[in-house]
Ligand binder design. Structure first.
Ligand SMILES: [Fe+2]
Ligand SMILES: [Fe+2]
Length: 170
């Protein structure tokens, strides 16, 4: 496997670890029925994604900062869940928009190179699921986002970018 792909898969694995913990954070903090149903269903998909990434990337090549990605995910899930459902939907929309873009960049390179067909299929599946998560979170928002929500979402997106940069190396 080329070095860039190994590094990309490390970021994907770190991201799916974070995703699992986002939903764990939500489930720990929320008492809202709709949020709990949403998070339970999404958690199942994220656990499936994490298993797929684990099967594609041996333990030796995974990020050494996994405890940090778990903690960050938990906080990104629990904080909005404490505030309320609309904050949760906005956060998930921001996270998934970032993730789809992240996956699509890798998919584009792999599609062009016509190599690593199994990995390409795996990434396509994950990206399609994330797009669905994103659309669902989008459709649940019926009001315009408050300035505070927008600031939080921008912080989350920036944090995700930083996490990608870090987990690509460590
Ligand atoms: Fe995922
Ligand atoms: Fe997702």
């Amino acid at each position: 496997m080329p070095e860039w792909l190994l590094s990309a898969l490390r970021t994907d694995h770190a991201g799916e670890t974070g995703a699992v913990w986002i939903y764990r954070g939500i489930l720990r903090a929320s008492r809202d029925k709709k949020v709990i149903e949403f998070a339970t269903r999404h958690l199942e998909t994220e656990q499936e994604h994490l298993k797929l990434l684990e099967s594609a990337l041996d333990a030796a090549n995974r990020s050494r900062l996994l405890p940090l990605w778990r903690l960050a995910g938990f906080i990104i899930g629990a904080v909005p869940a404490l505030i309320g459902p609309s904050f949760v939907w906005a956060t998930i929309e921001a996270v998934e928009t970032f993730v789809v873009d992240h996956y699509e960049k890798q998919i584009e390179i792999l599609t062009a190179s016509e190599e690593q067909a199994n990995i390409l299929e795996l990434l396509r599946k994950c990206s399609a699921d994330e797009a669905e998560h994103c659309h669902e979170a989008q459709s649940l928002q019926n009001e315009t986002q408050s300035p505070l929500t927008r600031l939080w979402c921008r912080t989350v997106s920036l944090g995700s970018l930083l996490a990608v940069k870090l987990s690509a190396r460590v």
